[in-house]
Write a protein that binds this ligand. Structure first.
Ligand code: ADP
Ligand code: TRP
Length: 337
């Protein structure tokens, strides 16, 4: 049976964190065994918010190394850099003709970025979802493993597929966001303020590159409160976030103990001790992060290996990108000889 095609990408805007890992990369690693997979470093996308390119090469190398250290096997998947595939830029141009300004202006990620950086509202920032759709459609991917923050971008990509297929004939299948669990993941920043992200709020973000003492310090400072007021109450999102992390890295009996402690606590009878929970989480998180950090450093020390991975990845990705662009040009009457 023909394997379904999967694609996802991560921007080269800094060090990867637990949101990237649990929202995206963990799925990639599992999907590589079952699907026809393309994963890439979105270095063009990073230019929309990070115009200074003096650190770009280092950042691209790091994201590559971090993907591999987390378990992606460059022999099983096509692992490449976005700018090595000019076919994406061509498809981006065509998709721009079916991308409506009003729709793009309403995108929540665009509005957030305008708020964060009002002096650099460039056209590529507005059309960020169009480039992302081109990334996906260039391989005619149907499953896109991403975190919850990317849901609207997938909806936009499906709109372009419908418009393109309607105007020019059936070239693209509809892509959908994917997660092995029941819903898409959102890891919060440790202070509970928004999602964990690469370039903001660094003291409340756990990076795969963090040293043990940083991991411990950040977790011990994570936001908690004085405990639940009634038994079995719903957890506030910043507490749920700590439990999410605990479920990921700690033993099931440890998780159960803290779940029970939380559910049996009430005002005046607080059984759960958040200090102990954080200590346990910090210890287990160090065990989780240390081997990844060490592997990343080893890979970064071997530039020739990284270069060969990027070259082979680009060659693999090119085969599928060229086939799609040929089909697109034919459908659009852009093929003349
Ligand atoms: P960042 O937002 O940190 O700059 P990217 O935009 O490059 O990271 O995102 C790469 C992948 O990681 C995407 O699939 C995105 O949905 C996922 N991701 C990023 N932050 C989180 C988070 N806090 N929780 C869950 N998934 C996330
Ligand atoms: N927009 C994604 C993010 O910010 C990164 C990305 C770019 C991407 N192109 C993609 C993700 C294509 C999935 C598929 O996280």
């Amino acid at each position: 049976m023909l394997k379904e095609t999967v694609l996802s990408g991560i921007r080269s805007t800094g060090f990867l964190h637990l949101g990237n890992y649990f929202g995206a990369i963990r799925n990639y690693v599992r999907m590589q065994e079952e699907y026809n997979c393309y994963f890439f470093v979105a270095n063009w996308h990073s230019l929309t918010t990070h115009p200074d390119t003096s650190e770009l090469r280092t950042s691209v190398h790091r994201v590559m190394a971090e993907n591999i250290a987390c378990g992606l096997d460059p022999e099983k998947v096509a692992l490449y850099v976005q700018s090595d595939l000019p076919e994406i830029a061509e498809l981006y141009l065509y998709l721009n003709t079916m991308a409506y300004k009003g729709e793009l202006e309403k995108t929540p990620t665009f509005k957030d970025k305008v708020r964060q950086n009002p002096e650099n509202v460039n056209a590529a920032l507005l059309t960020y979802p169009v480039l992302m759709a081109a990334d996906i459609l260039i391989h005619r991917a149907v499953k896109v493993p991403v975190g919850k923050d990317q849901e609207q971008h997938l909806e936009i990509a499906r709109n372009y597929v419908q418009r393109f297929n309607h105007r020019y004939g059936n070239v693209f299948p509809e892509p959908h966001a994917f997660n092995y669990g029941s819903k898409l993941v959102k890891i919060l920043s440790l202070d509970g303020n928004g999602k964990m992200s690469k370039s903001e709020n660094q003291m409340n973000t756990l990076y795969l590159a963090d040293e043990d003492d940083q991991v411990i310090k950040k977790i011990m400072k994570a936001k908690t409160d004085s405990g639940p007021s009634t038994p079995n109450e719903e957890k506030p999102d910043y507490i749920e976030n700590l439990f999410t992390l605990l479920r990921e890295v700690s033993a099931p009996d440890v998780v159960k103990k803290y779940e029970d402690d939380f559910n049996n606590s009430s005002a005046g009878n607080c059984i759960i001790r958040y200090g102990d929970l954080k200590k346990q989480l910090a210890e287990d998180m160090v065990q989780f992060i240390t081997p990844i950090r060490e592997k990343v450093n080893a890979i970064l020390g071997d530039e020739n290996y990284l270069k060969s991975v990027m070259k082979i990845g680009a060659e693999k990705a090119k085969v599928s990108a060229e086939a799609t662009i040929t089909a697109v040009r034919e459908a659009m009457n852009l093929n003349y000889h």
